[in-house]
Design a protein around this ligand. Sequence first.
Ligand SMILES: N[C@@H](CCC(=O)N[C@@H](CS)C(=O)NCC(=O)O)C(=O)O
Length: 139
Amino acid sequence: MFPRIYKSATRLLPSSIALYSSTASSSRPSAHQLHQMSVKQLVSEAIDQNKVAIFSKSYCPYCRRAKALFAESFPDVETTVFELDERDDGSDIQAYLAELTGQRTVPNVFINKTHVGGSDAVTALHKQGGITKLLQQEA
Ligand SMILES: N[C@@H](CCC(=O)N[C@@H](CS)C(=O)NCC(=O)O)C(=O)O
């Protein structure tokens, strides 16, 4: 029913996201490690706590297209957008998303904790009715 593109959507389990991994050499995290922890925490909470989370860049045409699709086709669904180019930690978030999903580009879209992908993936899934189906899942 939902062939290739739907199968490629990945359900991310919060418990599988390690928030902090340290080398055994020091018991106290460095400032860099603390920063990385807060980036991971932010991404993990963004995915877990939002029905639709879109990691975006404000000037990106693909992001605009993805945001417009949700605004026009699912106006009643709350969509949370993180504009990475407007944040100091934006490039770290993007790097962590690449680690987590294998996708380095924006937009990077999650629905009900499931990784959908970029604008092309969102559009293709929507044409198959897959966005509606994902939105209907229990949070
Ligand atoms: N085919 C991708 C194209 C996405 C894309 O190329 N996004 C650009 C921004 S418009 C990107 O992420 N470039 C690398 C970057 O900004 O770091 C999609 O449908 O989402």
